[in-house]
Design a binder for this molecule. Structure first.
Ligand SMILES: *Cc1c(COP(=O)(O)O)cnc(C)c1O
Length: 410
């Protein structure tokens, strides 16, 4: 009989969102008239912007004619998109990233998981806690951890607690860690990293020969001009950091699928014998062997995000969600809840009233106010006593949700 990769059996059974789904389905089945508002899963609600739609329509028509039809494209992405990214996301910020350092993919979720292919199992890994579960689960699958403890912490991973007391930015570890995941603006806490914080991380990485995996999926939501939008704004980051970016949240591509990963050519890794090698060709080989490119139509849609119309339209989209975030922040604060995030990120991170456990607050909010959020403990042990609400929703739902929470806590 074929044998299973037992690393997968170490994963905690109830992945966060399926468990939420089970509880919501059960409640809805028992209360068919309840009008449930979901502020749980971080999926966008607004349609693709017109610039993207027009570009994709045009691309579809090109596919209908022999002269303009496209088959397999370059695995790393079409030049038109890689150049648009290099110019608009980096050059415009005074950052030098070459188009061929950009690897276009079908998602940052996949990329943050797939990147582990190119790293030895012996590397030590640190994650923020609470954390985007993908980073942890893919390390478990890769075999880098032992079993999980009662709080869901896996043996062998270093957890960097992010709590109100440290402003949700973790202390820099004293000891050497080979690979550190950083997500800013953060999902789930909505925290951002100041320039000084990132300078410290880059210095740490240089000192210890560590690598930073920087997830900037939410950079478009930053409102504060002093916050770096890319880690490469920090001097020296090119040699210590890989950056993950996605069109999912800024341009509503969660269902359309397009993202990219930046692997600078000066980023070096070491062999067992201590020989230095560039990571770029290794990742390039992995990407082109296991991935066959994002569809031409979708890449044209992503390219259109960078046109003047596309920039204006996506800016409006972000503005819309950030107004939702503001309404949630203000409404919850008025209800006496301590809230964090929501100023440079589409997530509100709140302290559960009375410090009740996250899942208790989830059940209370679901059964009494018919609202769905995400229990903080589902993102990690340090998320216990916190709760996440997403600003991705219609204005009417957000306004209604605020009224319901205020009534619940009266
Ligand atoms: C939504 C999200 C992404 C983007 O994932 P895609 O696969 O590109 O849709 C990446 N990182 C975090 C932390 C996210 O929340």
């Amino acid at each position: 009989m074929a044998r299973v990769n037992e690393n997968f059996l170490k994963l905690k059974a109830g992945y966060l969102f399926p468990e939420i789904g089970r509880r919501v389905s059960k409640f809805c089945a028992e209360n068919p008239d309840a009008k449930v508002i979901r502020l749980g899963i971080g999926d966008v609600t607004e349609p693709l912007v017109p610039a993207t739609i027009e570009a994709m329509h045009k691309a579809v028509d090109e596919m209908a004619h022999r002269e303009t039809f496209r088959g397999y494209g370059p695995e790393q992405g079409y030049d038109f998109l890689r150049t648009a990214i290099a110019d608009n996301d980096y050059k415009s910020r005074g950052v030098h990233i070459d188009a061929d350092e950009i690897f276009v993919s079908d998602g940052s979720k996949c990329d943050t998981g797939n990147i582990l292919d190119v790293f030895d199992l012996g590397n030590t890994v640190a994650v923020q806690d609470p954390v985007y579960p993908v980073y942890v689960d893919t390390n478990v699958m890769a075999g880098r951890t032992g079993a999980a403890d009662a709080q869901g912490r896996y043996a062998g991973l270093t957890y960097l607690p992010c709590v109100a007391e440290n402003g949700f930015t973790p202390e820099i570890p004293k000891e050497k860690v080979d690979i550190v995941y950083l997500c800013y603006p953060n999902n789930p806490t909505g925290a951002v990293a100041s320039r000084e914080t990132l300078v410290e991380w880059v210095a740490y990485a240089k000192q210890h020969g560590s690598l930073i995996l920087f997830d900037a999926a939410y950079c478009a939501f930053v409102q504060d001009d002093s916050i770096p939008l890319t880690i490469y704004e920090i001097e020296g980051a090119r040699s210590v950091a890989i950056e993950f970016r996605s069109f999912s949240k800024n341009a509503g591509f969660t269902g359309t699928r397009c993202a990219f990963t930046v692997v600078p050519k000066d980023l070096m890794v070491s062999t067992e014998s201590g020989e230095k090698r560039p990571l770029h060709p290794v990742w390039s080989r992995r990407h082109s062997t296991k991935f066959n490119g994002v569809s031409y139509i979708v890449q044209r849609g992503a390219e259109a995000v960078y046109t003047p119309e596309g920039q204006q339209q996506t800016l409006e989209l972000v503005k819309f969600y950030m107004e939702n975030a503001k309404l949630l922040r203000e409404g919850l604060t008025a209800a006496g809840i301590e809230v964090f995030g929501g100023e440079n990120a589409p997530y509100i991170w709140l302290k559960t009233p009375g410090g009740v456990p996250s899942w208790d607050f989830f059940d209370h909010l679901l059964t009494q106010a018919h609202l769905v959020g995400t229990p903080g403990s589902g993102f990690g042990a340090s998320g216990e006593g916190y709760f996440r609400l997403s600003a991705f929703n219609s204005r009417a739902n957000v306004e209604e949700a605020v009224v319901r929470i205020q009534n619940l806590l009266k």
